[in-house]
Write a protein that binds this ligand. Structure first.
Ligand code: ATP
Ligand code: MG
Length: 358
């Protein structure tokens, strides 16, 4: 799919803006703080109805306004025929001061994959960043994943509250039981989808990495859980039973998908500990690009790529290879503080809240 055009009104640093990007590569170039990331965020919001930058939608409207909107047209080609859908997203401030988002016309096939500087945390950050990453992919591949995740978190919170409130009481086991059952069912569902997402990524990751790193090394991703290969809710229930004593002492649930992690290795060495800064950036970018094919297959159309400053910290040769890999994507937006000289790209100068085709 691609964004045929987009119009912003009162979004972040933009009063009004209209952009007609091309298919393939669009480069947004400009000095710091001129609105490049703001524009990427708005493009992502048009496609997905969410910001990749914040979960507080009230940050998105331009300061001081009461309403903001992002409208545009999304196009996709299926069996040689292009179809278009108009999308309108509005942000309105209610009387209570709380911002509400409304969306009209967003097609079910619309997908965007965003990459930003914070993504390096997938590689070098705490396990939560990796869980968030794989849950994001699983949600794009299997739309029910997000709802299961919400349910799992609610059950986990209830179970933890019981552990904290009643841990010294003899009736603890009986109180926990229904919550453990539910935790095991939705927990194993999450783990199964995360494993499938990892398997879908693995093959593409190997291909993308050999294209970006010119084949000198190998990257591997694996799902890590205390449950080994087990796939039945019973395995999680048994693990909870084994941990019960410990759980009662600490007042929290100690096994389940909320404690799992991903292993990321470059030539067999943990990328988090041993990867160079540039390598870590490149692994994070490769993970995002590896997601394109599985998401394309699941959604029936290629996602739009929103890459924020994706080339920084990479050496000139690797940048060249990244740009070559991006040449195959249906539509890409790439921000950069300095001109790139990418052949065939549409270049837009972003400066002081305006955008000018260069
Ligand atoms: N809600 C808002 N209303 C008005 N202005 C905003 C709002 N949110 C952010 N800004 C302004 O947008 C500017 C940042 O824009 P943005 O993050 O897009 O910059 P950038 O071009 O990506 O810069 P860099 O190269 O440093 O990443 C900030 O300086 C801030 O003042
Ligand atoms: Mg930026």
């Amino acid at each position: 799919m691609r964004i045929a055009w987009v119009q912003l009104s009162e979004v972040r640093s933009y009063r009004t803006l209209e952009l007609h990007p091309q298919a393939r590569l669009n480069v947004l170039v400009g000095p710091n703080a001129q609105g490049k990331t703001n524009l990427l965020e708005a493009l992502g919001f048009l496609v997905t109805g969410r910001s990749f930058r914040t979960s507080r939608i009230g940050e998105i409207p331009r300061w001081g306004v009461e309403a903001a909107s992002i409208t545009g047209e999304l196009a996709r080609r299926a069996s040689g025929v292009e179809s278009r859908r108009s999308v309108r997203r509005a942000l309105l401030r209610g009387g209570d001061g709380i911002w509400q988002a409304t969306g009209e016309g967003a097609p079910e096939w619309a997908r965007a994959i965003a990459f930003g500087w914070q993504d390096v945390e997938i590689v070098n950050g705490a396990p939560g960043a990796r869980r968030g990453f794989i849950d994001g992919i699983a949600a794009r591949l299997y739309p029910t994943h997000a709802a299961t995740l919400v349910r799992y978190r609610q059950v986990l919170a209830r179970r933890n509250r019981i552990l904290q409130a009643h841990r010294r009481e003899p009736g603890l086991d009986a109180r926990l039981e229904p919550w453990s059952e539910q935790l095991a069912t939705s927990g194993m569902e999450l783990i199964a989808r995360r494993r499938r997402a990892v398997a879908a990524l693995q093959t593409e990751l190997a291909r993308v990495w050999s294209a970006l790193a010119a084949g000198h090394s190998k990257v591997e991703i694996r799902y890590r859980t205390a449950l080994g290969e087990a796939a039945e809710p019973r395995a999680l229930l048994e693990a909870l039973a084994r941990a019960r004593h410990h759980e009662a002492r600490l007042g929290q649930t100690l096994v389940g998908p909320h404690r799992d992690d991903l292993a990321l290795e470059i030539d067999g060495a943990d990328a988090r500990t041993f990867g160079s800064r540039g390598q870590q950036r490149l692994v994070a970018l490769a993970l995002r690009l590896a997601e394109v094919l599985p998401v394309t297959e699941a959604a029936g159309t290629a996602p739009v790529l929103l890459l924020d400053d994706a080339l920084s910290e990479l050496d000139p040769r690797v940048r060249e290879l990244v740009l070559r890999e991006l040449g195959a994507a249906e539509q890409v937006f790439l921000t950069t503080p300095e001109p790139l000289g990418a052949a065939g790209a549409a270049v837009f100068d972003v400066n002081g809240g305006g955008i000018f085709a260069a």
